[in-house]
Design a protein around this ligand. Structure first.
Ligand code: ADP
Length: 259
C-alpha cells in the first residue's frame, strides 16, 4: 500500500476549511479494471492500492495507456471498478447508483481535463455558474458566486467573453473556476496543462497550486511533465497496473510518454 510520508503529511497547506482528521480522503484497495474489447479482455490494474491524505497534492505520471485517466475516472465516479474497494471523500464510490454518482461528482469533486470542455455558446461567467445551476441554485446567487470565482482566477474582466474569445490559458483558468465553484474537497486534474505552451502551462500550474493551498483542497494531477510533477508533495508512477513512488522507478530508468 502506498503511504504518505510524515514529511508530506506535515506539509498541509493553509486552509480555509475546518481542520480535517488525518484519515485518508482517498482509500483504494485491490483495484482492478477490465475492459471488454473486440480483441478480448483488457485489464488495466492489478490489485492497485492508493491512500491520499487531506491536503496532499499528488502527481501521477506514467506511460500513455497505463490507465492514469481511467484511475481518475474511477476516483471521480465517472467509471466503475471491476474489483476492489474505492473510498473517496467519505463515499464508497464503487457502490453508487448513476444518480448518486452525479450528486457525488457535483458536490465532492472538481474535475479539470486536458481540454477545457467549456460550452461555446455561453459566456465565461455562465460556464462557471453551470454546476451551481445544475444542482438547482438560484440564478442570481449562482452568477454572483461564479463572478467571485472568475476573480480568483484573475479573469473578472472576461466574464462576458465566450470561450472562443479567450486564449488557451484563459480557457483553462475558466475551467478551473468551474471545477471549484461548487466548493469540492477534491480536485482531479487530467493533464490540465497538456494542451498549453510551456510558459502558459507554468502559469496555470501556479494557479492550481495557489487554489489548492487557499481552498484547503486535496489534489491529484495526472501529468507527463516531470518538472511540474516535482512541484507536488508526492509523485506516483503508474506502471504495470500498480502505483509506486517515482524515486524508486527513476533508478531503473524513467520514460514517460505524453498521455
Ligand atoms: P492513460 O491515461 O494512462 O493514457 P487511459 O486510462 O486513457 O490511459 O487508457 C488505458 C487503456 O485503457 C488504453 O489502452 C485505452 O485504450 C483503454 N481504455 C480506456 N477506456 C476504455 C474503454 N471504455 N473501453 C475499452 N478500453 C478502454
Amino acid at each position: 500500500m502506498i503511504q504518505t510520508s510524515p514529511a508530506a503529511a506535515s506539509q498541509a497547506p493553509r486552509s480555509t476549511r475546518e481542520p480535517e482528521s488525518r484519515a485518508p480522503i482517498i482509500q483504494v484497495h485491490g483495484l482492478e479494471k477490465t475492459y471488454t474489447t473486440a480483441r478480448g479482455a483488457l485489464t488495466l490494474f492489478h490489485g492497485l492500492d492508493l491512500e491520499v491524505y487531506p491536503g496532499e497534492f499528488v502527481a501521477i505520471v506514467g506511460q500513455s495507456g497505463a490507465g492514469k485517466s481511467t484511475l481518475l475516472h474511477i476516483l471521480g465516479a465517472l467509471d466503475t471498478p471491476t474489483a476492489g474497494t474505492v473510498h473517496c471523500a467519505s463515499t464508497n464510490v464503487a457502490g453508487l447508483t448513476q444518480r448518486e454518482a452525479a450528486a457525488f461528482r457535483n458536490s465532492k469533486i472538481g474535475y479539470v481535463w486536458q481540454f477545457h470542455y467549456l460550452l461555446p455558446e455561453f459566456t465565461a461567467l455562465e460556464n462557471v455558474a453551470m454546476p451551481l445551476l445544475a444542482r438547482g441554485d438560484a440564478k442570481r446567487q449562482a452568477l454572483a458566486t461564479a463572478a467571485n470565482w472568475l476573480r480568483e482566477v484573475d479573469l473578472e474582466d472576461r466574464g462576458d467573453h465566450r470561450p472562443g474569445e479567450l486564449s488557451g490559458g484563459e480557457q483553462q483558468r475558466v475551467a478551473l473556476a468551474r471545477a471549484l465553484v461548487g466548493n469540492p474537497r477534491l480536485l482531479l486534474a487530467d493533464e490540465p496543462t497538456g494542451d498549453l505552451d510551456e510558459t502558459t502551462a507554468g502559469r496555470v500550474f501556479d494557479l492550481l497550486e495557489r487554489l489548492h493551498a487557499s481552498h484547503g483542497l486535496t489534489s491529484i494531477v495526472v501529468t507527463h511533465n516531470l518538472d511540474l510533477a516535482a512541484r507536488c508533495t508526492r509523485t506516483l508512477r503508474l506502471e504495470s497496473g500498480r502505483l509506486g513512488a517515482l524515486e524508486t522507478t527513476l533508478q531503473t530508468g524513467l520514460h514517460t510518454g505524453k498521455g
